[in-house]
Design a protein around this ligand. Structure first.
Ligand code: ACO
Length: 435
């Protein structure tokens, strides 16, 4: 409850109405307008949810002005340097970092679900080999509900937990299968003696003829990519998952909806788009052509964007971008690629953009995707797979948010309203009389 209110007055003489102001633990207050329509017959208008909190949540907090990201209260910088992805998954799903025994138990449960139903590979065969991995992933994740019908009841907490573990465990297997299928290599079964990240890399890069020896630095980089992408409060794909699940559909279908949303270049597809952009600049003259490129970005009529820059919430440096830049250094020096032209180009472009008034005045800073593509490319991940890896990492966040919503006694099916601006009521003319 709250003792603070906001009063809305009207210029047409209607009586003012009062709404409670609610406070979270940190972050901006919200005005609780749930009774607005009942009291006034009016809706609020907020396309793109620029000023609308769609739920309350205890999972992730972002202070976009400070450039701060907390999972369950812990700063991302600490989680990325002191914990591994399994600990972060436990934290997001259950609210607390695991102790030694809990970590062992959780990792063991995830590890035991890494294989997918053998039929999955025949389902995968229906796709063209050149299909984009995100189209394949949207299909495969949705299809999991057909393979695991014993855990699809969203309203059963036990079944939700089993689906959560299944999804986290099987996503790396599915992403690696999608990759192997695209290059015509045999699928590699998961190996349960490896860590989550190392197992994924082995499924990607080993073949039955030649095993893959995980490199510690690269495994740590992959683990960090997973941690940095694990959750990001009510972004487009998470809101999609919540909205989709609010109808009571099954968890696999809801996560498939999240995968589909993430695919877009304004969201998860940005790392792929960013690398393509860097590649284009490089091919057209490299560092010397940055000025020309920036001019195009600033031209209102060009529709060219500096990919990997800008964020709806961060109006400061994305804290994940700093960690990713650090990882980028580590990976490139481990692989002897410190002179990697794309990395050098990215650093120069970043420096120039951060000094340019266009970007400064709009508070456009690098986001996590600016450097993650370079890291993944150096590790050997093919560019079209970048967003699928983002989906793999974000799965735990999507599930944590979905579980939180379903367990909330105030939860309702999501149903936005609209401001209708189309034709008013009219009559259908017989076909011959229409012109
Ligand atoms: N390059 C050039 N100009 C930009 C960029 C950019 N990357 N991002 C925003 N702007 C400009 C806009 O043109 C606008 O200018 P104006 O005020 O003169 O019209 C202003 O900055 C505000 O931008 P909006 O588009 O209103 O900001 P919004 O919050 O709607 O969009 C978004 C955020 C979609 C992320 C945008 O910054 C963008 O498209 N960035 C590039 C794609 C990208 O990197 N996406 C990854 C997001 S992070 C993630 O999903 C993990």
């Amino acid at each position: 409850m709250t003792d603070r209110n906001a009063t809305l007055t009207f210029s047409d003489g209607s009586a003012p109405v009062t709404f409670p102001i609610l406070s979270g633990t940190i972050g901006p207050d919200v005005i609780d307008i749930r009774t607005l329509y009942g009291k006034t017959g009016k809706f609020t208008y907020d396309p793109g949810f620029l000023s609308t909190a769609s739920c309350n949540s205890t999972i992730t907090f972002i202070d976009g002005d400070k450039g701060e990201l907390l999972y369950r209260g812990y700063p991302i910088e600490e989680l990325a340097t002191k914990c591994d992805f399994m600990e972060v998954c436990h934290l997001l799903l259950y609210g607390e970092l695991p102790d030694v025994a809990q970590k062992k138990d959780f990792t063991g449960r995830v590890t035991k679900h890494t294989m997918v139903n053998e039929q999955m590979q025949f389902f995968l065969r229906g796709f063209r080999r050149d299909a984009h991995p995100m189209s394949v992933m949207t299909g495969l994740v949705g299809a999991l509900s057909a393979f695991y019908p014993d855990s699809i009841n969203l309203h059963d907490a036990h079944q939700r937990d089993i689906s959560a573990i299944r999804l986290i465990a099987k996503m790396p297997t599915l992403v690696a299968m999608a990759y192997k299928y695209s290059v015509g290599q045999p699928y590699m079964y998961p190996r349960n003696d490896l860590s989550y990240a190392a197992n994924f890399m082995r499924m990607m890069f080993a073949t039955p003829c030649e095993d893959y020896k995980p490199n510690e630095v690269l495994v740590r980089a992959m683990d960090r990519i997973f941690t940095l992408h694990a959750d990001h409060e009510q972004n487009a794909s998470t809101s999609t998952v919540r909205l989709c699940a609010s109808s009571g559909t099954n968890p696999f279908a809801a996560i498939a909806a999240g995968v589909a949303c993430l695919w877009g270049p304004a969201h998860g597809g940005a790392n792929e788009a960013c690398l393509a952009m860097l590649g284009d600049i490089q091919a057209n003259g490299g560092v010397a052509k940055i000025g020309e490129f920036i001019t195009k970005v600033k031209d209102k009529n060009s529709s060219v964007k500096l990919m990997g820059f800008g964020h709806r919430v961060y109006k400061n440096y994305d804290p994940r971008a700093k960690l990713m830049r650090e990882t980028c250094h580590e990976v490139l020096s481990e692989l002897g690629l410190h002179d990697d032209p794309l990395f050098k180009l990215a650093m120069s472009l970043e420096k120039i953009a951060l000094e340019d008034d266009y970007f400064v005045s709009r508070k456009l800073y690098p986001n996590v995707d600016y450097y993650s593509g370079i890291v993944q490319k150096a590790i050997g991940i093919p560019v079209p797979l970048f967003t699928a890896i983002f989906a793999l990492a974000r799965t735990v966040g999507w599930i944590a948010q979905l579980n939180e919503m379903i367990a909330d006694p105030e939860y309702k099916i999501g149903r936005p309203r609209q401001l209708y601006t189309g034709a008013t009521r009219r009559t259908v003319m017989p076909l011959a009389q229409r012109s």
